[in-house]
Design a protein around this ligand. Structure first.
Ligand code: SF4
Length: 438
């Protein structure tokens, strides 16, 4: 109990300027977006795996579902929202990450002010979207977005999802240049058709015209941004001591990743690299008594980010790897975009689910990353109510442990704190460190 109290009281310490800058930027960006919506512009709500580059190129304002769920989680709003889901007759213990915005849409207070004049919804609540787009990557996603669209009176646009018949190993070596080898050709053909359909839909709905040259510009900016993430990931991997922890890199990268394709995001990624490089050059340790390099597999625990720092002082254990920076480094870059930007974009978005959720693609990548980053142990959070994110967790654990890297696997929810017991979870990791790490 004492342990639990102590754990739940701890705060999160972010050290980088780049992290603070990203937080300031995203808030201002969100308020500017709201102004555009109030002025009558179309506003799109997208699931994270939707090719947002098309909307960026068409200058259609959008918010990404998982980013918004993380904001709601960090603002500790989700317990209230999932209670509203239950009151409305839905299950409140499934798909919480993806269903947060739908649950929020049931909140009558979302756009109101409290007695002190403060907004009751996170940053005053999500503005009303006129378009909602998702991909049919799991059985639930389409239904959640359909309900969300109905609630807001938005046009619902689902996109197809395909699965691979072949799974070449080392996707991370093929993705940037050799995507025709990486994917079945008909998967790419299908995605190209889908992108043309999406463009047609958006042109008719918004009255805006798509411009291929603008898409090329967006794709170039993304390559620049992700190139900086690659340099940053490689730098951290080779640095001893570790100059920065996931508390900073997750926040800095996740916020900027959803701004990808803008000059700001590319410059921010460069600033992040330069700041970390200066720390690495000065041999500044993120955790002065560093002893164990830990890898975090899974989504961020948005409602308890201080969790990652609870093992630093006592054990010298530093969470130094997460997929957020590493996916930026390995999964997004697509070179030679001028030749066929639509096909290059297709080659970016159709593989994301495979890279993260399909063994052996995910398990082999985690192993390669664990080796590159000289990882001592892996803490792996499987979202307990997401069928898609079960992702072959058996194979991931086995692949890493067969290679001699200990894995602690537990189930939890990244946005719903109701079942999260900080003391129990902290004790679990402490036991892992004490008994499994050498
Ligand atoms: S199964 Fe997972 S990915 Fe699909 S809607 Fe539910 S939480 Fe989201």
């Amino acid at each position: 109990m004492e342990n639990q109290k102590k754990a739940s009281k701890s705060t999160v310490v972010k050290k980088l300027k780049a992290t603070a800058l990203a937080s300031v930027y995203q808030k201002q960006w969100f308020f500017d977006l709201k102004e555009r919506v109030i002025a009558g512009e179309d506003f799109a709500y997208l699931n994270a795996d939707v090719p947002m580059e098309i909307l960026r190129a068409m200058d259609i304002p959008f918010v990404v579902n998982q980013w918004w769920a993380a904001i709601c989680g960090a603002k500790r709003m989700t317990s209230k929202y999932f209670g509203l889901l239950k009151d409305a007759g839905y299950r409140d213990d499934l798909c919480s990450y993806c269903a947060t915005a739908f649950a929020e849409s049931l909140d009558p207070d979302d756009h109101r002010l409290d007695a002190a004049g403060n907004p009751m919804g996170p940053w005053g609540g999500l503005p009303k979207p006129s378009i909602a787009i998702t991909r049919l990557t799991c059985d639930c996603q389409g239904k959640i977005f359909e309900l969300f669209s109905r609630q807001h009176g938005a046009a619902f646009y689902p996109m197809e999802n395909t699965v691979p018949r072949k799974a070449p190993l080392k996707w991370y070596e093929l993705a940037a240049d050799r995507w025709e080898e990486l994917y079945d050709p008909d998967r790419l053909d299908c995605a190209v058709e889908e992108l043309h359909e999406l463009i047609r839909f958006l042109e008719i709905k918004t009255g805006r015209m798509f411009d291929t040259n603008k898409l090329i510009e967006v794709m170039h900016l993304i390559n620049v941004q992700e190139g900086w993430y690659k340099k940053t990931r490689d730098l951290i991997a080779e640095s001893r001591p570790v100059p920065v922890t996931v508390v900073d890199t997750i926040n800095a990268v996740m916020q900027a990743q959803w701004q990808r394709g803008t000059p700001w995001a590319a410059e921010h990624a460069q600033g992040l690299y330069e700041e970390i490089k200066a720390l690495a050059d000065a041999k500044t340790a993120a955790v002065p008594n560093e002893k164990y390099r830990l890898m975090w597999i899974g989504r961020g625990i948005w409602h308890d980010f201080g969790f990652y720092q609870r093992f630093e002082e006592k054990y010298g254990a530093v969470f130094m790897w997460s997929m957020y920076l590493a996916m930026g480094a390995d999964a997004y870059i697509r070179n030679h975009v001028e030749e066929d930007p639509i096909r290059a974009l297709a080659a970016r978005y159709i593989g994301m689910e495979d890279f993260l959720h399909m063994p052996p693609w995910n398990s082999q990548w985690y192993l390669q990353q664990a080796r590159q980053n000289h990882i001592d142990g892996v803490v792996y959070m499987v979202p307990e109510n997401c069928m898609q994110s079960v992702e072959g967790s058996y194979f991931i654990k086995k692949t890493l442990e067969d290679a001699g890297i200990p894995v602690l696997l537990f189930k939890a929810d990244p946005v719903d704190p109701r079942k999260w017991n900080a003391g129990t979870m902290t004790a679990l990791v402490e036991d892992f460190i004490e008994t499994r790490l050498k």
